[in-house]
Ligand binder design. Sequence first.
Ligand SMILES: [Zn+2]
Length: 286
Amino acid sequence: MPETDSVVRAMTNDGAFRIVAARTTDTGQAVIAAQKLSGVLAHNMADLVTTAVLYRETMAPSQRVQCIIRFDEEAGQLVADSHPEGWTRGLFQPGSGDAPPDLRQTRATLQMMRTLPNTDLHRGVVEVPNSGNLSEAFMRYMQLSEQIVSMISLGSVVEGENPTAGGFVVQLLPEAKEAEAAMETMTRRLEDFVEVRDRLQESDGSPSRLIEQIFEGMPFTWLQSSDVRFGCQCSQVRVMTTLSILDRSDIRELVDEGEALSIGCDYCGASYNVEIAQLQGLLSPS
Ligand SMILES: [Zn+2]
């Protein structure tokens, strides 16, 4: 059976490590197509989509998360959202410059946001290192903002005949015995997985295969896995809800102009029509 996008978890039986690995090939490709991205920016977007999926699965499986690469010098931003139901979407908001931003040249920050069970927002921002390495920025965030020691590798190939995207988060668990020694062993082992791209390409991005390779020779247990896909939460109802927040005078103006509205979703490209009668409906007392 061909691989499809998914996220898989496993834990070593000694309780020292947990791994979350994801395949985001198709989701990343769909986001890149919807946003019409190419080159380095497409590559950054694919990795950011993987970041959002891994972040949610690691820290907040039942909450939605948002990750943003914000380029300095008003060069725009990349946004990725991941939802507990598995859908994930992305957005490129261009800045004032003509050329698309390049993470290896333009300084940037990585902002991570997740809703907490009490609906508060947890938000952290870290600098992306000069190398433009997003895996390092993600690790830095986990360490500084979540106080979790983790080893992260993201990889993607966005052009050509064999595109791939995915990555993993390996976490040292608080219950780990002889944590330092365990960490040393794992760090050495993961040196072979820093460049995870080639491995992902070899196995069609299979997260299970990646976990088997990383935990090779260590007894481990599979935990749950779930699907990941490109999707958006936009809908006619949401469009109408947004319009209903406008001032009555603004809505009246739209009605007087006498033309149906066509409202497009920046994330997925879907388009929604709002007829005059529907606008008038917003004006009538409910
Ligand atoms: Zn949409």
